[in-house]
Design a protein around this ligand. Structure first.
Ligand code: XUL
Length: 526
């Protein structure tokens, strides 16, 4: 009999379920439930509630609950043997926070399995919308927290990152300031990942160290809540946070609702959920330092395991905790796939047309450079929304525009990952955008190293399923090494290796300085 494990990915735009057969080393099921298309009643666009203020990025947590219930129903209808699953884990978009009323979990004692979940959980929230990683509205709160923790460098040393708008501490502070009554009515603040685990459990689940590190509240070295950071965010916060736990731990058993309604086995073991970036690290097989990964998704991220913990003194990059227990570096760029899509759509192209434009244009784009901040950018700090064009790049020059957006994104990654202090010998590409070999060629040329791609764009969901397996064996006393857990699942696509081209590498080695100057000019312009 095959041993099956389920991983979810509660990402910004969709909820994915992915099942692995541990014995045949195969992904046996994947389904992506898109929030905009399949749950249109919530009115989201790309999974986020439209707001006249571009700095606001919220989503209704009830939508994720309904998505979970629907997705399990869909899996059952698709013939997945849900009763055979041995454990479940999940990945959540990082930083997003969920606010629960006192006694929120009392509802789970009387859930009716014949009725959908969302209709029964509507009243558990003290804040009906959750601020997400796309929210950049907490500038003032960030400044206050940073000051009380001793400035950029010190804050990064304590929590792994400088204070960021999208991180949870400043979001909590803003909520407590702006709506003190609702804050009073909040018994628990948790993250998307731990919230989804809590729903499956029917009781509050702990936050894992990986996602906890994205809050500006956890002491990155001790892996415990940092009292000074908690106090800087809001009074009364410590009693509202769940406990912290290592990502390889089991956190409880499945609530009977899911067994009765969808046919999962009663008391199924639930492994801790983690953030999407720590999960992706496992999903691309990055279980040892030396290689870095680039995920081309809604946001573009650059991440790697670190041999030892050191933080970015300039406060642009982050240190999180990987599911292996090692520190991991991460740099997040907000203008990822949406920026590429904006350029593609402006010129009425499909992805083939976009790829053709990259083929037609030379590395270095004849000197033309774009600063593609369609949305307020996270890195570099202080980047205000607005697209800037340099050295004769014209908006109507279709092919040059396509190359310019991709080159800018990858040059920015190279520039802003220098604090990590180790140039990768190999890059692994994942996420939807990695399906485009022309983009990966630019990646190989900009970084001057080979790039390999993965067949599954759902690396976070795969990582979650592999984490479910790892925690399951660990709990049974069979401490399977991570390398063995991921073997066969995370092998790069055969023949997918793209080698850097010497002449192009030279072009980008020279261009990085020019790009940095354009970026500085765009920043100065504000
Ligand atoms: C990382 C970040 C995003 C989110 C959503 O810091 O903000 O990558 O995790 O993917």
């Amino acid at each position: 009999m095959s041993r099956l494990f389920l991983g979810f990915d509660a990402s910004t735009q969709s909820l994915t379920a992915l099942v692995i057969d541990y014995d045949t080393r195969r992904i046996v099921y994947q389904h992506v439930l898109g929030f905009d298309s399949e749950l249109p009643g919530y009115g989201t666009l790309h999974g986020v509630l439209p707001d006249p203020d571009p700095a606001i990025g919220h989503a209704p947590p009830l939508m994720w609950v309904e998505g979970l219930d629907r997705l399990l129903g869909r899996m059952r209808d698709d013939g997945v043997d849900l009763g055979a699953l041995l454990s479940i884990s999940g990945s959540g978009q990082q930083h997003g926070s969920v606010y629960l009323r006192p006694g929120a979990f009392a509802v789970f004692e009387s859930l009716d399995a014949s009725r959908p979940l969302a209709g029964q959980l509507g009243d558990i929230f003290s804040r009906p919308t959750s601020p997400l990683w796309t929210d950049s509205s907490t500038h003032d709160q960030c400044a206050e927290i940073r000051e009380s923790l001793g400035g950029v460098t010190r804050t990064a040393e304590i929590t792994g990152s400088d204070v960021f708008e999208r991180f949870t501490a400043s979001q909590i502070r803003k909520f407590a300031e702006e709506d003190p009554e609702a804050w009073e009515q909040t018994e628990t603040v948790t993250l998307v990942s731990a919230f989804m685990a809590s729903v499956l459990r029917g009781r509050l689940a702990p936050i894992d160290h990986g996602d906890g590190a994205g809050m500006n509240l956890m002491d990155i070295r001790r892996r415990s809540w940092h009292p000074g950071a908690l106090a800087a965010a809001s009074s009364g916060l410590s009693s509202r946070l769940p406990p912290l736990v290592a990502a390889d731990q089991m956190v409880g058993r499945l609530h009977s609702y899911f067994a009765e309604r969808h046919g999962l086995s009663n008391g199924l073991r639930l492994a801790a959920w983690s953030g999407d970036n720590p999960c992706s690290l496992i999903g691309v097989g990055l279980v040892e330092p030396g290689t870095a990964a680039i995920s081309l998704g809604t946001s573009d991220t650059y991440f790697a395991l670190m041999p030892e913990l050191h933080t970015d003194p300039n406060g642009e990059g982050h240190v999180f905790i990987a599911p292996t227990g090692d520190p991991m570096s991460l740099i997040c760029f907000r203008n990822g796939s949406l920026a590429r899509e904006r350029v593609r759509d402006t010129h009425g192209l499909d992805w083939q047309g976009f790829a053709a434009a990259l083929r037609e244009t030379p590395p270095g784009n004849d000197g033309k450079i774009m600063i593609p901040w369609f949305e307020p950018e996270i890195v570099p700090r202080g980047a205000v929304a607005g697209v800037r064009r340099f050295h004769g790049l014209r908006e109507d020059d279709e092919a040059a525009e396509c190359r310019a957006v991709v080159e800018a994104q990858l040059l920015a990654m190279r520039l802003h990952s220098q604090w990590v202090e180790s140039s990768p010998a190999m890059l692994l590409a994942t996420g939807g955008g990695s399906a485009n070999p022309e983009i990966l060629q630019v990646m190989a040329d900009v970084f001057g190293c080979p790039v390999r791609r993965f067949e599954t764009p759902n690396s976070a969901a795969l990582g979650a399923a592999l984490r479910a397996a790892h925690a399951f064996f660990r709990e049974r006393g069979e401490d399977v090494a991570w390398g063995e857990t991921v073997a066969g699942f995370t092998d790069p696509e055969p023949g997918s290796e793209i080698a850097p081209r010497e002449a192009a590498v030279k072009v980008y080695d020279a261009m990085i300085e020019t790009y940095a100057r354009c970026e500085a000019a765009a920043l100065a312009e504000g």
